[in-house]
Design a protein around this ligand. Structure first.
Ligand code: F6P
Length: 545
């Protein structure tokens, strides 16, 4: 396949970028139809990308790149269950987990719907039993607390969703443990009663050291109180490695399946969502799936120019590869979406942070946005200074909802006013004349005015996209997450990288065991660089003293 940068479509975009860099976004609004032309209805809301440095010819050039890269054909290949994750020879079928009954999805030629239905049924039965108090602990008491142990894709999705939809919670209290730093599990267990605590150990591989260490500590704590026999009532696992879960003493009946055709960071729709079902109930979990299905149908059916995830992906490529903006901040203006930035950080960066094409050649362009962010309101008092006046340009997604989940009088208007004000200030800025006029009106003398002017100028012309959801509901949340998933897929195709493997996290993992031994050993550290040797020696001095 021709290198992306050699494509006429890519070169055409570079020319559009040169042209538009001389343009001010605010001036593009002289066209009174700009909002209509550069916003789209999206499932459960509105996507506004009119405040970006983009015009119609550049948008058409981006769409031409999407066509040339074969986005539609690749989408069909993924949906057909072909080995789209080529380096692991796996299908990529997270969409099957929320597919309509008549879709009959396959993975590498095998039908997968029966397995999905069976697992959803098992989740329903189990979560109902726990929530209705029919599943009892070793002493006959009802379950009051669930501890979800897992990390990365086996943690971030359920944690993000449960935080977002906490207002729907009626089930047991939920706690997440991901860090191997013993502080987290110790504090969690200290507040719990072993007779009424259920552990969900989620790990696709059941080899992730952090998760195994936390599960072992939790198991010791339980056994110390309830004996070995208590494990069957208090531990369930979600994994594709059934034998390993059984070796931990978890009954086969209490093991929920995962499959290799669902990547960890795309797995919240599978039994990895069991903590969601326990906390919010299976009907809510099914509503989340249904919302994602609406986004899937939009992604598969809408023409490219109306297709929100395709547009999101194209804008990302535009920002990174043509406008030189490698980082992308996710800025929710909705408390419910507190953990969305962390969730999307893994989803995007683990997927598209790649340096070779699908055929293994080095890429000649940047891939994978550096994703970061936090609740926008808190960010305003932390890092927005850099967004407004710093030297870096950052791509920005503002995300809010029109109808609040709960809001004392006046709060929601203030929240949305903040969001809109930021997008305006970033775009319009405040030029020398306006700053000077303002300072003079405030009574500053001429010398003071001239000293302050350069510090107070906001050059503006900093673009942003706004997602305005109707309201955060299980369905709209499911849909929003699915839209970002599809964006990731499209970007992978545009950059010609394999979005569904993550070899880059393996190397560090392989070194851990050896280092653990050297930390606890007494022989001088062997085979380490002098930096690591020095650090190990310093650690040993303190830990052995
Ligand atoms: O961070 C690397 C990774 O392999 C992720 O892809 C995955 O979501 C996470 O670790 C957890 O893996 P597992 O579910 O196998 O414990």
């Amino acid at each position: 396949m021709t290198c992306r940068t050699q494509l006429p479509e890519w070169q055409n975009l570079a020319q559009h970028a040169q042209r538009l860099k001389k343009q001010r976004i605010a001036d593009l609004f002289e066209d009174s139809s700009r909002f209509d032309a550069f916003s789209r209805p999206m499932p459960f809301g509105l996507y506004d990308f009119s405040k970006t440095l983009l015009d119609q010819p550049a948008l058409e050039a981006l769409l031409a790149l999407a066509r040339k890269a074969g986005v539609e054909g690749e989408r069909a290949r993924m949906l057909a269950g072909e080995p789209f994750n080529a380096t692991e020879q796996r299908a990529v079928q997270h969409m099957a987990l929320r597919a309509a009954a008549d879709r009959h999805p396959h993975a590498l030629g095998q039908p997968v719907q029966p397995q999905i239905d069976a697992e959803l049924g098992k989740m329903e039965q189990f979560s109902d039993q726990v929530r209705q108090g029919r599943w009892r602990g070793y002493s006959g008491k009802q379950i009051t607390d669930v501890v979800a142990i897992g990390i990365g894709g086996s943690n971030l999705g359920p944690q993000m969703v449960c935080e977002a939809l906490a207002s729907y919670a009626e089930g047991p209290a939920l706690h997440f443990v991901s860090n191997v730093d013993g502080v987290q599990i110790s504090r969690t267990l200290a507040a719990l009663d072993p007779q009424t605590t259920l552990f969900v150990v989620s790990s696709k591989t059941f080899t992730t050291r952090e998760t195994m260490a936390n599960a072992a500590t939790a198991r010791r704590w339980l056994v110390a109180h309830g004996g070995e026999a208590a494990v069957a009532q208090h531990f369930v696992a979600v994994t594709s490695a059934v034998d390993k879960a059984r070796a931990m003493g978890i009954s086969p009946d209490n093991i929920f399946a995962m499959w290799d055709w669902v990547g960890g960071r795309f797995s919240l729709w599978s039994a990895i969502g069991l903590p969601i079902a326990l906390y919010l109930g299976m009907p809510i979990f099914r509503q989340i799936l249904a919302g994602a299905r609406v986004a899937d149908e939009h992604f598969t059916d809408a023409p490219l120019e109306q297709n929100v995830p395709v547009l999101m992906a194209l804008l990302g490529v535009w920002h990174i590869n043509f406008l030189g903006m490698p980082t992308h901040a996710i800025l929710p203006y909705d408390q419910a979406l507190k953990y969305l930035p962390a969730y999307l950080q893994q989803a995007e960066m683990e997927s598209n942070g790649k340096s070779v094409t699908r055929t293994g050649n080095p890429v000649a362009y940047d891939t994978g946005a550096i994703v970061w962010g936090q609740l926008g309101i808190d960010g305003q008092h932390a890092f927005y200074q850099l967004l407004h006046q710093g030297t870096h340009e950052v791509a920005l997604d503002f995300i809010g909802s029109a109808v609040p989940v709960a809001a004392p009088e006046g709060h929601h208007e203030q929240l949305l006013a903040n969001m809109f004000a930021q997008t305006q200030a970033l775009m319009n800025g405040c030029d020398v004349d306006a700053v000077r006029k303002d300072l003079l009106a405030r009574g500053y003398n001429l010398d003071a005015v001239e000293q302050l002017v350069p510090h107070k100028v906001h050059r503006g012309n900093r673009g942003s996209c706004t997602f305005l959801l109707d309201k955060i509901t299980p369905a709209s949340l499911g849909s929003l997450v699915a839209l970002y998933e599809h964006k990731i897929f499209v970007q992978g195709v545009l950059w010609d990288v394999c979005s569904f493997d993550q070899w880059g996290v393996e190397l560090g993992k392989q070194l851990i065991a050896g280092l653990e031994q050297q930390l606890t050993g007494t022989e001088p550290p062997q085979g380490q660089d002098s930096s690591t040797t020095g650090l190990i020696n310093y650690y040993r001095k303190l830990s052995h003293s």
